[in-house]
Design a protein around this ligand. Structure first.
Ligand SMILES: Nc1ncnc2c1ncn2[C@@H]1O[C@H](COP(=O)(O)OP(=O)(O)OP(=O)(O)O)[C@@H](O)[C@H]1O
Length: 791
């Protein structure tokens, strides 16, 4: 009774001691005899502050919000502590040089060793992981943000007028953020890979003739046109669109298909390195998924399972809030920029995060893909900069006030361009972008000539500037706001070293904002390296709605590898026949496999572009811009396009092979269904890849039957494959082997792995698998495995 009284008092007044809470453990529930609904309504943020989530039963669940460095915990979460670094599996990324290669192999060996000696531990870990997943821990949810009530909004509007803008809270004495160092040996993703291109001009012409027979089959698999409602038909009269000659800027692109010993053997920079997510094979879970197959068929047959209201134009407005930008207190200059950008209402995540950011809080925000997170962190950052005293023109090294880090070059460029839009009427605030793949010297010159208060960067290139650009470190000492976009990606092992280096280079007294559509539990464990202890976790994904959009229909198909090329072709043809405005992304496991798939589809006369890390930055930018503006185009891509890239109106996302983890699946799928629009997603797996499904079992993905393949199609695809260069096949084979070798499940049994790789080789039309340099084989831990050819 006394305890109840103290805690209730504490909730009503933060100045009172909360002694009772310190004794509570996460997961405990507290009963408040019916007062919780009232407390939650009146003091939701206070409940959240104490890590308390109100349950449907009127009880509170204690959830620790402390992100202090803690002792290593058991289970998957412990992977984020340095002591158990060895648990991190080898990178799936391209390993470019010998040094990286040795690091990678070091990890690999350690893994193989563990695989042999610690199977018991692994079982234990798997059990813990399963328990964690069952208890819903994986979602890492704090209190989901609901739409603000009018009274709450009024308070927000009022307080936003009262709060001095741009005040950076510096009243927190931070614990040393870097009391621990993490010694990941994995190298960064954004290497300035000098690259490539096959100069080959594919001379691809879109087929004008469409195959009507496919249309009838589409609805059986729930992949009907998004325009079905409008009864849109393919326009047979539409003129063929010729693909641009790819070698128009051939001078800029260098041939990268030189086999450079070991350099060329693995996957690539952009295949995901992370090891956050465990895909434990859980037969029980998978059984549930199987049982859901009936609903899968329901979905496949076009049953509308949509939860959010979709308008007749196939668009849901649920990502928008009721608050208009002109109702909140932001500078007139920003408001003008917003109006020009065409934004009227705030999106839910913008409405939820703006007040906290403007109050100076550190924020970790989770919101679904395509719901306006970029503006959510840019707008308040601009407001903060606009309230700072102007920098004296004579200052030799004008400070950078806002530093935004993005994991890929495309994303960084996109964020910078969004910032430019918002800054249209702020002539005194400059924005610049520094990304890999461009000349460092040119960027140095630009930074010198056009000082900027807002800098958007990829981690590797920023580090480069820190180390090589005179005065750059001094400029970073002016940072007031640090943003990590796609925070979970930036905090995983692939980027950790760079991010730690960057955090060490900016002042401790700053505000930090972490945004992503996926915030796995591990991020809560590790975010203390960037965030203050009292940060707010703002989760706009409502409990029970899942991390993907309900208006995006998701299906998976399972078929032997040798059918994947013909199936992919048929699925694309069907979609093209369905939707004259088709815009498709095909995600592949590695850069070299991406190139192979693009080559095959081009040979089949589909209108295809490719984008991956082995392409020059100028090529990547050009293709990305083209795809953004186009309709009637297929972009075959590696994970360089998985996160954040905002291509409007993507109609279909196909993922071929297992994504590196659950997060990557969600982000890739999130390229469609943006801004409330409808979309479709297909995951094409081989039977031995089905274990991945257990990691996405909470998502509304259902099994769809395979389209039938007539012999003519299979022959046609075979002919297409036979025209693809042998080198492309060799590189794809090696990359494929590298990718699956690092998969926890598939790579465990090396004998089986080689059998599967050779199945992949046969699927490319090769009788014998390509030979692989001995050095490469030994680095991969695959020497003397029967079935491999060494050279
Ligand atoms: N208030 C708004 N009203 C309408 N459109 C908006 C608004 N804010 C942002 N947008 C637009 O929404 C689209 C998606 O925004 P953005 O790319 O920031 O999404 P995101 O949540 O960061 O997605 P992802 O998780 O994939 O990175 C962009 O085209 C952006 O211009």
């Amino acid at each position: 009774m006394i305890f109840k009284f103290i805690t209730q008092l504490r909730l009503l007044g933060p100045s009172l001691p909360a002694t009772g809470f310190t004794t509570l453990k996460p997961g405990s529930t507290i009963c408040f005899n019916g007062s919780i609904p009232v407390l939650n309504r009146v003091y939701p943020s206070k409940l959240k502050f104490f890590g308390l989530s109100p349950g449907s039963n009127g009880k509170l669940t204690v959830r620790s919000l402390s992100t202090r460095p803690s002792r290593p915990r058991s289970g998957a979460s412990s992977k984020f502590t340095p002591k158990v670094r060895g648990d991190v599996r080898a990178s799936k990324s391209l390993i470019e040089d010998e040094a990286e290669l040795s690091d990678w192999v070091g990890e690999l060996r350690a893994d193989s060793f563990r695989a042999r000696l610690t199977s018991e531990d692994e079982e234990l870990d798997a059990d813990r992981e399963r328990n964690r997943v069952r208890s819903g821990d994986r979602k890492g949810n704090a209190v989901p943000v609901k739409r603000r009530s009018e009274s709450e909004l009024d308070n927000f509007r009022e307080s936003s007028k009262r709060e001095p803008r741009g005040r950076l809270s510096d009243s927190f004495s931070r614990n040393s953020r870097f009391s621990k160092r993490f010694d990941s040996e994995l190298e960064d993703e954004e290497g300035d890979d000098e690259e490539d291109s096959s100069r080959k001009t594919r001379g691809v012409k879109r087929e004008a003739k469409q195959v009507d027979s496919w249309k009838g089959k589409r609805n059986e698999r729930g992949l009907g046109s998004r325009n079905t409602g409008n009864g849109r038909r393919h326009d047979l009269e539409r003129k063929s669109k010729f693909r641009e000659e790819e070698d128009s800027d051939a001078n800029e692109e260098k041939m990268s298909w030189k086999m450079k010993g070991a350099e060329n053997f693995l996957s690539e920079e952009d295949s995901d390195m992370d090891d956050i997510d465990d895909d434990d094979d859980d037969d029980g879970d998978y059984e549930i998924l199987r049982k859901n197959a009936s609903s899968a068929l329901g979905l496949a047959k076009g049953v509308n399972q949509t939860e959010s209201p979709i308008s007749s134009q196939g668009k849901s407005d649920s990502y928008l809030s009721e608050t208009r930008f002109d109702q909140i207190s932001i500078s007139p200059l920003s408001l003008k920029g917003i109006k020009d950008a065409g934004y009227e209402k705030m999106t839910v995540v913008q409405e939820a995060t703006l007040p906290a950011i403007l109050k100076g809080k550190d924020v970790l925000a989770k919101a679904k893909t395509g719901t306006g997170k970029t503006v959510a962190f840019l707008l308040p950052s601009i407001e903060i900069v606009s309230k700072l005293p102007p920098v004296d023109r004579d200052v030799k090294r004008p400070p950078i006030h806002v530093l935004v880090i993005c994991p890929t070059r495309e994303l960084a460029s996109q964020a910078a361009s969004e910032a430019k839009t918002l800054l249209k009427y702020h002539p005194s605030i400059g924005v610049q972008v520094v990304i890999g793949g461009t000349r460092l010297a040119l960027e140095q010159k630009n930074l010198q000539a056009n000082p900027c208060q807002i800098l958007v960067a990829t981690p590797g290139r920023l580090r480069d500037h820190l180390e090589n650009t005179a005065g750059f470190a001094t400029k970073l000492m002016g940072v007031k706001v640090l943003v990590l976009d796609e925070a979970d990606r930036l905090l995983d092992m692939g980027f950790r070293k760079d991010i730690e280096r960057i955090i060490a280079a900016v002042p401790k007294q700053r505000q930090t904002l972490l945004f992503s559509a996926t915030v796995p539990e591990e991020v809560h464990q590790i975010c203390h390296i960037a965030l203050r202890r009292d940060h707010e976790f703002i989760n706009t994904v409502q409990e029970g709605t899942g991390d993907t959009h309900s208006q995006v229909r998701q299906v998976y198909m399972v078929s032997p590898l040798d059918k994947h090329f013909p199936l992919l072709y048929v699925l694309l043809k069907e979609h093209i026949a369905d939707d004259v405005d088709y815009k498709v992304l095909v995600f592949c496991t590695t850069a070299m496999v991406t190139k192979l798939v693009a080559d095959v589809l081009s040979e089949m006369n589909l209108n295809v572009r490719e984008i991956h890390s082995r392409k020059s930055q100028s090529y990547r930018t050009r293709v990305s811009d083209e795809f953004r503006k186009s309709k009637g185009l297929i972009l075959v891509t590696s994970d360089v396009s998985a996160r954040g890239v905002d291509y409007p109106d993507v109609t279909l996302v196909i993922q071929v092979g297992i994504p590196s983890d659950r997060q990557q699946y969600i982000h890739r799928l999130g390229r469609t269904g943006r801004k409330g629009k409808e979309g479709q997603g297909i995951l094409l797996l081989a039977p031995w890849e089905e274990h991945f499904l257990s990691s996405i079992k909470d998502l509304p993905i259902t099994k769809a039957p395979l389209p039938s393949l007539d012999p003519e199609t299979t022959k046609k695809v075979g002919r297409g494959l036979s025209h693809v260069e042998m080198k492309a096949k060799e590189s794809a084979y090696q990359a494929w082997l590298g990718y699956y070798n690092s998969d926890k499940k598939v790579g465990k049994d090396k004998y089986r792995l080689v059998e599967l790789a050779n199945e992949f080789s046969r699927s490319m039309g090769l009788d014998n698998p390509p030979a692989i340099p001995k050095l490469v084989l030994s680095k991969m831990g695959l020497r003397n495995i029967p079935g491999l050819r060494a050279r």
